[in-house]
Write a protein that binds this ligand. Structure first.
Ligand code: NAD
Ligand code: ZN
Length: 228
């Protein structure tokens, strides 16, 4: 494999999707073993479902947290965390990059490890196996601070992510099918702003925005790819 000398780049950005965590054992949404094949998202992952039955939706997300806690970051997560000054934008909500030591991760779709109150705007960090509390001090139900089906992305987070994409000179996309917007537009944006763009995926999209495509699994490719 042609290796990449990291010192040639000043701003390195990784952009990850569900495939990054798949190798850790976190189920993907779609595809083989996908969560939404087994569960109906209209019952568990949209605002309407939460309004109808908050406790049921919270218990479902609690199970997803437990499934994630049973998984461990893989070598690929650790390689990313070990690159000085690196930036990470992820579509994943599982917190796996942070568990491997990455800092300042931009979580486009929120995180399972945070709850918020839409009545009084309180935000609660909660990292336990079970939720510490399901209700806000104001009495309202807390909701998982993630982007559900039909939700809008947080414009502040999207703006921050786009700025990082525009500023990077090496853009590495890993484990994303490029179907969920606006994230799907990031590789083209990076290329437009002059970054060298790489895709790592066992089933690459082969998009024209990539200068280089590496067909392989994140956990196998990443430890081999860089010269530090
Ligand atoms: P996706 O499920 O649409 O696509 C996953 C991609 O990963 C596929 O292209 C697949 O070929 C690739 N892949 C599979 N194994 C891989 C590996 N070992 N290494 C590298 N690539 C691999 O995922 P998406 O594009 O992220 O979109 C799904 C949406 O669902 C996102 O919005 C995300 O927020 C959400 N989601 C999050 C999680 C999570 O937090 N772990 C899991 C599932 C879905
Ligand atoms: Zn409240």
């Amino acid at each position: 494999m042609d290796r990449i000398t990291l010192s040639q780049y000043r701003r390195i950005l990784f952009f990850t999707g569900a495939g990054m965590s798949a190798e850790s054992g976190v189920p993907t949404y779609r595809g083989k073993g996908g969560v939404w094949k087994e569960y109906d998202y209209e019952e568990y992952a949209c605002q309407k479902a939460f309004d109808r039955n908050p406790e049921k939706v919270l218990r479902f997300h609690e199970l997803r947290r437990q499934a994630v806690l049973d998984c461990l970051p893989h070598e690929g997560h650790r390689v990313i965390a070990g690159i000085p000054g690196v930036k990470v934008i992820t579509q994943n909500i599982d917190g796996m990059h942070q568990r491997a030591g990455s800092e300042g991760v931009i979580e486009l779709h929120g995180t399972l490890w945070r709850l918020r109150c839409d009545r009084c705007r309180t935000v609660v960090e909660d990292h336990g196996k079970s939720y510490e509390t399901l209700k806000c001090a104001c009495g309202a139900w807390l909701r998982p601070d993630i982007i559900w089906f039909g939700d809008m992305l947080d414009p502040v987070v999207v703006r921050k992510a786009k700025r990082s994409v525009e500023e990077c000179d090496l853009f590495i996309s890993i484990g994303t099918s490029g179907t969920v917007w606006p994230a799907a537009g990031f590789p083209a944006l990076a290329r437009e702003w002059g970054a060298y763009c790489i895709e790592i995926n066992p089933e690459p999209s082969g998009g024209r925005e990539y200068h280089r495509t590496i067909a392989g699994n994140a956990g196998a490719v990443l430890p081999e790819l860089f010269i530090f």
